[in-house]
Design a binder for this molecule. Structure first.
Ligand code: ATP
Ligand code: MG
Ligand code: MG
Length: 380
């Protein structure tokens, strides 16, 4: 049976490898960690750096098709792999999506609405950006940002220069601060035959820059959820995507949508599909990568996904196991360092009956503490 090569050894590779094995494929991982989340569940491993030509060649020779779960491999490395076998999604998508400037330019030219933005290369363009966008704004590194790292919020003129200096290496992107009602995302998957499927639009709640909760479906107007799906499918087509992609968006208070960023791989905000869909994001991704037909991306239940981050959440592990409504997924990471994604819990509700905020808090039980609002101050 065919061997699917996965670049990257983290949890997204692990869950992709499990799906691949269910679909009858072997998996071969390129990673530097022989005992990491993906390597633990895979048929075989090439140990080596993502920029080491010898490791890349050895890896490519052992597989029939390549995908990646790790976005910071160089697109040049993917090009090298593509001399041996298909790479899905292709290197050109990664080349665009791993650079915020290239990504925004591409999305804007595809007719996708974005937050107002400016390229910032030096002090002059920095202050011009502040003039054009107004304050507050967000400065982001063009490359390598994740979980809110590599960005600074700037509220006053006086803070501009320091934020610029802190975010080296440059260039940067400046974005107007969007006063959003909530954040949404769509997982879109596209097959080799061009079939495009979108999972339902979901609502994401972050805690200190890290995804905390996903609500599926997003409790928003049907027309808005539908428009989010249309945008995700448009992006997949413009990219000529094969495989899965997460599309993050803002729902602005005037009801319009703005795309924040895309990730051409399985995405944390798609983990709810593992228990609420007959075929989850990893099944769909592997099907696309392997050139198989794509079934509809159907949700059979409503769901809440709660990330388990760092030692605080892992301290609740016994309580999670004792709760029959909590469906646990651990990633096999040895050490629960602060801010590290260790696993997630899915909670299911019958189709069409996702509860409101307080019902969700109740279902989360001890896991709810992080999203509790601070007490209101008594003004009387
Ligand atoms: P990820 O882990 O999703 O890859 P990231 O580090 O790439 O995160 P972004 O997704 O760009 O960063 O931003 C992180 C979060 O910061 C967003 O989910 C959103 O909450 C907030 N944010 C980013 N850009 C803006 C903006 N222009 N206006 C308001 N909030 C923003
Ligand atoms: Mg990102
Ligand atoms: Mg993001």
């Amino acid at each position: 049976n065919a061997v699917i090569g996965i670049v990257g050894g983290g949890q997204l590779g692990r869950m992709s490898a499990v799906a691949a094995s269910r679909l009858g494929f072997k998996t071969h991982i390129l990673t530097q960690d022989a005992h990491g989340p993906a390597a633990q569940v895979s048929s075989s491993v090439t140990l080596g750096a993502y920029d080491d030509p010898a490791a890349l060649d050895a890896f490519a020779k052992a597989v029939d098709v390549v995908t990646f779960e790790f976005e910071n491999i160089s697109a040049d490395a993917l090009d090298r792999l593509s001399k041996y076998c298909p790479v899905r999604p292709s290197g050109h998508i990664l080349r665009i999506s791993q650079d915020r400037l290239a990504e925004k330019t591409f999305l804007a030219s595809s007719g996708v609405p974005l937050a107002p933005w400016c390229a910032v290369t030096d002090r002059t363009t920095l202050h011009e950006a502040a003039q054009k966008l107004g304050l507050p704004l967000i400065l982001k590194t063009t490359r390598n940002g994740y979980d809110g790292k590599g960005q600074r919020r700037v509220y006053t003129e006086a803070e501009l220069d320091a934020a610029f200096e802190e975010l080296a290496p440059h260039p940067l992107v400046a974005e107007g601060m969007v006063d959003f009602a909530c954040e949404l995302s769509v997982m879109v998957v596209r097959g080799t035959d061009g079939t495009t499927r979108c999972f339902d639009t979901v609502l994401n709640h972050h805690w200190h820059g890290i995804l905390d909760l996903t609500l599926a479906p997003a409790p928003i107007a049907d027309a808005t959820a539908h428009e989010a799906g249309r945008l995700a499918a448009l992006i997949a087509e413009k990219f000529d995507l094969v495989g899965i992609m997460g599309v993050e968006m803002f729902l602005v208070r005037d009801g319009s949508l703005m795309v924040n960023e895309v990730a051409p791989r399985p995405h944390n905000s798609g983990h709810w599909t593992m228990d609420a869909c007959a075929q989850d994001q990893f099944d769909m991704h592997i099907r696309a990568v392997a050139g198989l037909p794509l079934p509809p991306a159907q949700r059979h239940s409503d769901a809440v996904m709660k990330n388990l981050v760092g030692p605080e959440d892992m301290a609740l592990w016994p309580a999670i196991l004792a709760n029959p409504g909590h469906i646990p997924h651990l990633y096999g990471k040895k050490e629960a360092r602060p801010g590290r994604k260790m696993g997630h819990v899915n909670i299911l509700f019958p189709y069409g009956s996702l509860p409101g905020e307080w019902g969700i808090q109740a279902a989360l039980g001890p896991l709810a503490t992080k999203c509790a609002a601070p007490p209101a101050t008594d003004q009387d």
